[in-house]
Design a protein around this ligand. Structure first.
Ligand code: UD1
Length: 368
């Protein structure tokens, strides 16, 4: 039998939301004996504000390899990750590769590893919006189809995967790894100074192509936010994609309180203190549910339905009448109460480590 000393786990991350998911898994595995880890950053996100600050606040090691793929169309970005990752995987020859979430780096790494017959584990498997106009939905479906080990955050993930024919023994419900990072850094967020912030505010984030890439849609969203701003000051950390589109479309945004993208702890502190969060992000729907802060999501669907059924999330889509109504309800003190979904307890990374180690012997059996 091959010794467990040899178990080599390679993690692939590329974007801001990947870092919060990978950090707890890296930490949990570091505590286990007989595990060697390699961290590959694809460089999909490369701005200091979207990348380096996150790695350091989350206590992640410096990446062993940075593929520096940068920005590009979906095909170009995905292809660049594939081209540059293949030689790294061949050279490092890991026993298992872990990929996170649903971004282009995730699906690219999944394609590379499955063709090299390297065992692939997907963290945050099984989420479905059932909306194939979202690039992330394509990434989720393909990655899950290729993965050998699927770590789901909630029961709906298991149901979706089984419906798609994934063998039940490959599915492991471990809970929400992103909440591990939140639990770990909440004390730092509570201690974070809140200088310059209004007493009461709505926190806004916006970056989905469906909301920001079309000038008419973006203009109407910003118009509604200006109306919200008359009742409740809007604080709006600006994603680079959104900043570019606002400039490109020549939109007037002077009255809104824009800030640069924030580091993780500072952003968590802002979420915690917000009267309401208005967003199109996936992760923020989950973080607000954990924090018990009302969340109005500017999307018609969500791949994270437990945030609606159990949590504080309300889908408002692009119904701006509804947005006004919900903001008025918050101001009147009528907010949606929620509960924290099962297994969103800060220990998902440990459970992932348990599964990987339990499978270690199997992992070292050559495939094919
Ligand atoms: C990506 C993910 C999305 C995730 C989001 C989190 C995909 C398909 N999308 O979207 O699921 O929710 O990250 O932020 O993978 N840019 C910079 N600096 C950077 C990175 C990007 O200025 O460090 C600019 C570039 O001009 C780029 C644009 O932002 O073209 C969009 O970046 P990209 O990585 O393509 O997608 P995101 O919108 O960030």
């Amino acid at each position: 039998m091959v010794s467990r000393e040899a178990m080599h786990i390679l993690h692939v991350v590329g974007t801001r939301p990947n870092f919060m998911k990978a950090a707890p898994v890296l930490r949990a595995l570091k505590k286990r004996s007989g595990v060697r880890q390699t961290l590959v950053h694809t460089g999909q996100h490369y701005d200091q504000n979207l990348s380096d600050v996150f790695l350091s606040q989350l206590g992640m090691p410096q990446p062993d390899v940075n593929l520096e793929v940068g920005s590009g169309s979906h095909a170009v970005q995905t292809a660049e990750v594939m081209k540059r990752l293949e030689s790294v995987v061949l050279e490092r020859n890991p026993d298992v590769v872990l990929v996170y979430g649903d971004v282009n780096s995730t699906v690219a790494a999944a394609l590379v590893c499955s063709k090299l017959l390297i065992r692939l584990a997907h963290v945050e498997a099984g989420l479905r919006s059932f909306d194939r106009t979202m690039p992330e939905e394509i990434n989720r479906i393909v990655t899950d189809k290729l993965a050998d080990i699927l770590f789901t955050p909630s029961e709906d993930g298991d149901v979706n995967l089984q419906r798609e024919g994934i063998p039940v023994e490959n599915i492991h419900r471990v809970g929400n790894v992103m909440i591990d990072s939140l639990v770990q850094l909440l004390p730092a967020a509570i201690a974070c100074p809140t200088n310059g912030l209004p007493q009461r505010y709505a926190l806004v984030t916006l970056h989905r192509p469906a909301n920001v890439d079309n000038s008419i849609v973006l203009e109407s969203i910003l118009g509604s936010l200006l109306e919200v701003n008359e009742q409740l000051e809007v604080v709006f950390p600006l994603h680079p994609r959104t900043r570019q589109r606002i400039a490109q479309f020549g939109l007037n945004i002077e009255k809104l309180h824009f800030v640069e993208p924030l580091p993780y702890v500072e952003f968590l502190s802002l979420q915690r203190g917000a009267a309401v969060v208005i967003t199109d992000s996936g992760g923020i729907q989950e973080e607000t549910t954990y924090l018990g802060v009302p969340c109005l999501t500017l999307r018609r669907n969500t791949e994270r339905p437990v945030t609606v059924t159990l949590g504080t999330n309300i889908l408002v889509g692009q119904d701006f009448e509804r947005l006004r109504y919900e903001v008025a309800s918050v101001l009147a003190g009528k907010t949606k109460k929620g509960s924290i979904p099962p297994l969103w307890d800060g220990h998902a990374g440990e459970r992932i480590a348990d599964v990987l180690l339990a499978q270690a012997t199997g992992l070292l059996t050559p495939l094919g």
